[in-house]
Design a binder for this molecule. Structure first.
Ligand SMILES: O=C(O)CCC(=O)C(=O)O
Length: 274
């Protein structure tokens, strides 16, 4: 569990390391299942599997809702350490899953993660107080494209549509400075994560990653967790890939079999196949 000091640190910076949440062997098993889904060898389908950058020189394989495709990833949503830590950071009695997201940067031609904040990409869920748990399925370091974050950036609210701007030489954030307040530091810090360890970030924290030119891959899985009070708010003209699974009316708490409860009042809940 996080200490009070750690939770205060998270609220100040917008991210925090969560330590080891699975063994190396479990991480390797998940990584192997990830490759099976990428190669189309799973029994069911994920929501989407694609090269996020659409560019063969800068490949980032993104899988959304791999939990729909693979039972080990479904069990991963309910990891007891991840769910309890997420509940603490969101100060909630109920933790639900918004969606999950694999991002794999292959060796040599692994692409960057362009600087962004998450919540503006999710305008149909409110309020903006979700927390993501990102687990490295192999060591992620500065060389192979670990994430970088800007401490305190979540406190500034949404930035345009969430796309911050990326300097193509340094891979550091390059925002329109007329849109941010003078006193905002945009000093990014690297966030290396060991295999089987987790880092949590707030849904407004600015984050990005450099390309991977090493001979090591950088596989990782993020679970985007919602507190119990998150609502679906229809935004005409703004659709999200998983919106077609929503069965509640606009204005209601977002719940249902595709947005499962994984933690409730201290008890971990397993997720049913959909
Ligand atoms: O894995 C990455 O490089 C980016 C992940 C990300 O943007 C997220 O988890 O919100």
């Amino acid at each position: 569990m996080f200490t009070d000091d750690q939770i205060e640190h998270f609220h100040k910076t917008g991210f925090i390391h969560g330590g080891r949440v699975m063994t190396d062997e479990q991480a390797v098993e998940l990584r192997d299942r990830m490759f099976a889904v990428i190669e189309g060898k799973s029994d069911s389908q994920a929501e989407s599997v694609r090269n996020l950058n659409g560019d063969q020189a800068n490949v980032v394989i993104q899988i959304v809702n791999i939990w729909q495709a693979d039972p080990l990833f479904r069990a991963h949503l309910s990891n007891p350490l991840m769910t309890a830590l997420a509940a603490q950071l969101m100060n909630t009695d109920i933790v639900r899953v918004w969606h999950d997201q694999v991002q794999h940067k292959p060796p040599i031609n692994g692409g960057p993660t362009y600087w962004h904040q998450d919540h503006p990409y999710w305008p149909i869920i409110q309020p903006a107080d979700l927390v993501s748990c990102w687990v490295a399925l192999d060591d992620a370091d500065v060389e192979n494209g670990c994430m970088w974050m800007v401490p305190g950036s979540h406190l500034r609210g949404p930035y345009k549509d969430g796309t911050i701007g990326t300097n193509p030489e340094t891979w550091m954030p390059a925002p329109d400075v007329t849109l941010i307040s003078d006193d905002m530091s945009i000093q990014a810090v690297p966030c290396p994560v060991k295999r089987g360890h987790a880092i949590f970030h707030h849904c407004l924290t600015w984050h990005g990653a450099k390309p991977n030119r090493t001979d090591r891959g950088r596989p990782a899985i993020a679970v985007h967790y919602m507190p119990g009070h998150t609502r679906y708010v229809k935004e005409p003209g703004k659709e999200h890939m998983v919106e077609h699974h929503i069965e509640v009316a606009s204005g209601e708490i977002l719940q249902g079999s595709h947005f499962p409860v994984v933690w409730e009042n201290g008890t971990v809940k397993q997720v049913n196949a959909v």
